[in-house]
Design a protein around this ligand. Structure first.
Ligand SMILES: Nc1nc2c(ncn2[C@@H]2O[C@H](COP(=O)(O)OP(=O)(O)OP(=O)(O)O)[C@@H](O)[C@H]2O)c(=O)[nH]1
Ligand SMILES: [Mg+2]
Length: 201
């Protein structure tokens, strides 16, 4: 047998690895989402929300939250034998936003998680990706007790371009999160194709 080749003579598949960001405001479920799909134990950087941070941390609407991500979440999921996603969850609190530039380096696309009870919290993330031309989709995390809004209402409220996909999800559910991630990859591929194809008039 030739070294590095499998029994049947087929070379082993080198998977394509893609980097996806998971962003959004404070407490929308970014860490939960990465944890729900990762096939490796996700790397987390959670710290307790403290009394000292109270004046700068905006916890309105998520008062029950005890910890927050201070650097990033990291996880991995194999979508297909030849396609592996590396997931990078961003910190939600504004004081850690300097991390975003590091994390977004080389990213194929992003998920902006949104909570319909605090939609305005994801404006900054949307703005960030729009400015840098990083393709993203909006995942509306359906928290219990949150009102369900029709897609076009969410689109209008967030002032999103018509081609930005909006998908409902449950950040705790593996299958639901997988769908979101497949959506990001498809959207990013279509985006890249549009950018590279010659303009026909
Ligand atoms: N009911 C419900 N609860 C959720 C869902 N997603 C997350 N949670 C809960 O919401 C809380 C916040 O989740 P995190 O994943 O820590 O949020 P985060 O966006 O990483 O927060 P920061 O890193 O602090 O910005 C946790 O207590 C989760 O259990 C959801 O889809 N439904
Ligand atoms: Mg987090």
């Amino acid at each position: 047998m030739i070294f590095g080749r499998s029994e049947r003579g087929k070379p082993p598949v080198e998977p394509v690895t893609l980097k996806i960001l998971v962003a959004g405001g404070f407490g929308v479920g970014k860490t939960t989402l990465v944890g729900a799909v990762s096939e490796i134990r996700p790397l987390r950087t959670e710290e307790l929300l403290t009394e000292a941070g109270r004046p700068v941390d905006d916890t309105s609407g998520v008062e029950a939250k005890r910890t927050t991500t201070v650097a990033m979440d990291f996880g991995r999921i194999t979508l297909r034998e030849d396609l592996v996603l590396y997931l990078f969850g961003t910190p939600g609190q504004q004081r850690f936003w300097f991390m975003w530039d590091e994390l977004s380096e080389g990213a194929l696309g992003a998920v902006v998680l949104a909570d319909t009870r605090r939609l305005e919290d994801c404006f900054a993330a949307i703005d960030y990706f729009e400015r840098r031309s990083i393709p993203f989709l909006v995942g509306v995390n359906c928290f219990d007790g949150g009102t369900r809004y029709p897609e076009d209402e969410v689109r209008r409220a967030l002032d999103l371009d018509g081609d930005v996909p909006i998908l409902l999800c449950d950040a705790r559910d593996r299958a639901s999160v997988k769908e979101i991630l497949i959506g990001v990859v498809q959207h990013a591929m279509a985006y890249a194709e549009r950018r590279h194809s010659p303009v026909t008039t």
